[in-house]
Design a protein around this ligand. Structure first.
Ligand code: SAH
Length: 262
């Protein structure tokens, strides 16, 4: 491929290429680079973030599903050549590359799969001390939101159970080609020192998801399907709605339920 050939944006891959160098550099600088030796950029496209990552004193890998983008990267970033993973991030077993080592995730993510990216990262949290990047603004806000807000939900609780989440800044549509219909938001997740829960983690996921499926109901009603004892359901916590519970209260709730079932 000729060097100056531009990749044609494909809608089904969520391609919106960032064309503002200052913003690209600012996003690349959101990682602290502390506590890991590798970075994995998801969806590099034409490498607008990648080129700033490559300037850092750390090993950068990229994972990209689009063959045309991969060819562009190979032609334009010669020192990236053996660090390009031509795969679908959602399906690929990253330990083929990282062998249980830690890595940070960064990206201007494809918005159509952005929540799935977060869920996969949470599954691999033992290896991911830090995660930053750009989402649709609404999604970035939901991830970082605290209890008591309408945007607070499954994504907020599950992410913040393991990471401290900071909303960093908003990016307008005009700096992309083609411009998306929505604003974008950049966030940073920093893994908590203790990222294993003091309760059954599977049950925690189940409780959080079940509670938010009927977010206007009290937990007494929404958690009926979990077959809890009448005594437990008398506890004051069951009179609350899910958006009123902090992450630690969800952990407490899960512990109560765990003891009730056993
Ligand atoms: N980071 C670039 C491109 C952003 S667009 C920029 O800021 O300009 C999102 C990128 O994610 C595209 O390059 C798209 O091909 C890639 N992508 C979409 N789905 C993917 C998947 N499942 N795995 C890896 N990359 C993916």
């Amino acid at each position: 491929m000729a060097k100056d050939h531009q990749v044609k944006a494909k809608k089904y891959l969520g391609q919106h290429f960032l064309n503002d160098e200052n913003i690209a550099k600012k996003i690349a600088d959101t990682l602290s680079l502390k506590g890991y030796k590798n970075i994995l950029e998801i969806g590099p496209g034409m490498g607008v973030l990648t080129k700033y990552l490559l300037q850092k004193d750390i090993t950068t890998y990229v994972i990209e599903i689009d063959l045309e983008s991969v060819e562009y990267l190979k032609a334009n970033y010669l020192n990236l050549a053996n660090k390009i993973i031509e795969k679908d991030f959602l399906k690929y077993d990253l330990n083929n590359v990282f062998n249980d080592e830690s890595f940070a995730i960064i990206g201007n993510f494809p918005y159509n799969i952005s929540t799935q990216i977060v869920f996969k990262a949470l599954e691999m949290r033992h290896q991911i001390p830090e995660f930053s990047g750009m989402f649709q603004k609404e999604v970035a806000q939901r991830i970082c939101e605290k209890e008591g807000s309408k945007k607070y939900g499954i994504l907020s609780v599950l992410t913040q159970a393991f990471y401290n989440a900071e909303y960093l800044f908003t990016v307008p549509p005009q700096v992309f080609n083609p411009p998306p219909k929505v604003e974008s938001g950049v966030l940073r997740l920093t893994r908590k020192e203790n990222y294993t829960l003091p309760c059954d983690e599977k049950l925690f996921y189940k409780v959080v998801k079940t509670a938010f499926q009927q977010r206007r109901k009290t937990l007494r009603n929404s958690l009926k399907t979990l077959n809890l004892s009448d005594i437990l359901r008398e506890d004051v916590i069951f009179g609350k709605r899910p958006e009123q519970l902090s992450v630690s209260e969800f952990i407490k709730l899960t512990t109560l339920i765990e003891n009730d079932i056993n």
